[in-house]
Design a protein around this ligand. Structure first.
Ligand code: APR
Ligand code: ZN
Length: 233
């Protein structure tokens, strides 16, 4: 294993699958029984806010029932024990990385447990459901929404992620299908600057050919194994 100095890790729904959270692109093409365009777009929120809120209330209730798995725990160990620069970027809106002990997690697609004011952009912790009549603590608006980056919206912190990718010597993609940009393009940026690129996934992702190494299997096994290698165990 080369002596890396700066690692960027991207995680997707596959890292939380063994905890019991459904991935997005299941065999039926539905996400928990819904078409994504009915629950994950700004248009859906405008058209049927009750449906969208109910959907995310259900996701929060489900999240409260599950626990981090060994893959989350291994990344928390890496954060604690590795001496280089580490940026953990997740597409996941769950809080399993944090519950496993990671303190620095960049949620590029937002967070299930955070509410967002559609008027002023303030965000704050949402808990399992928002009491009726809740208003934004900053501006008093009642136009509240889940702090989720819907399809057609810009992910968070893209400049910071891009800067880290341009400076990394290893990019690792874990449990993501590579179907959704801009995250699907991170491997290209890392390759462009000459970084090693490693994919840990159950099946080859859409961008599999761009990785210098692909290991196929369950995140709960592959991630602890890889972290052990990095830490020189
Ligand atoms: N271990 C490792 N990988 C797994 C496991 C597992 N136990 N189970 C499933 N996978 C892999 C699948 O093979 C698949 O490639 O995880 C990937 C999950 O892909 P998606 O369901 O498409 O999830 P993701 O890539 O995170 O989706 C990206 O799409 O809907 C949007 O905004 C949403 O953040 C999400 C984005
Ligand atoms: Zn506000």
């Amino acid at each position: 294993m080369p002596d890396y100095r700066s690692i960027v890790i991207l995680t997707g729904a596959g890292i939380s699958a063994e905890s019991g959270l459904a991935t997005f692109r299941g065999p039926d093409g539905l996400w928990e029984g819904h078409r994504v365009e009915d629950v994950c777009t700004p248009e859906a929120l405008a058209r049927n806010p009750a449906l969208v809120h109910r959907f995310y209330d259900e996701r929060r209730a489900k999240l409260a029932e599950v626990k981090p798995n060994p893959a989350h725990a291994a990344l928390a160990r890496l954060e604690r024990e590795w001496n280089g620069d580490l940026l953990l970027v997740t597409q996941n809106v769950d809080d399993l990385h944090e519950r496993a002990g990671c303190s620095q997690v960049l949620h590029m697609h937002g967070e299930l447990l955070s509410a967002l004011c559609a008027r002023c952009g303030e965000s704050w912790r949402w808990g399992t459901s928002l009491p009726p009549g809740s208003v934004c603590p900053a501006c008093g608006s009642g136009a509240l929404r889940p702090d989720i980056v819907f399809f057609g919206e810009m992910p968070y912190e893209m400049e910071r992620i891009d800067a880290a990718l341009r400076n990394c010597d290893l990019f690792v993609s874990i449990g993501t299908s590579g179907a959704v940009y801009p995250a699907a393009g991170f491997v290209q940026t890392a390759r462009y600057v000459g970084a090693d690129t490693l994919e840990l996934n159950l099946d080859p992702s859409a961008g599999s050919v761009y990785f210098s190494e692909s290991r196929m299997g369950r995140a709960g096994e592959l991630v602890p194994q890889w972290v052990e290698e990095v830490l020189g165990g």
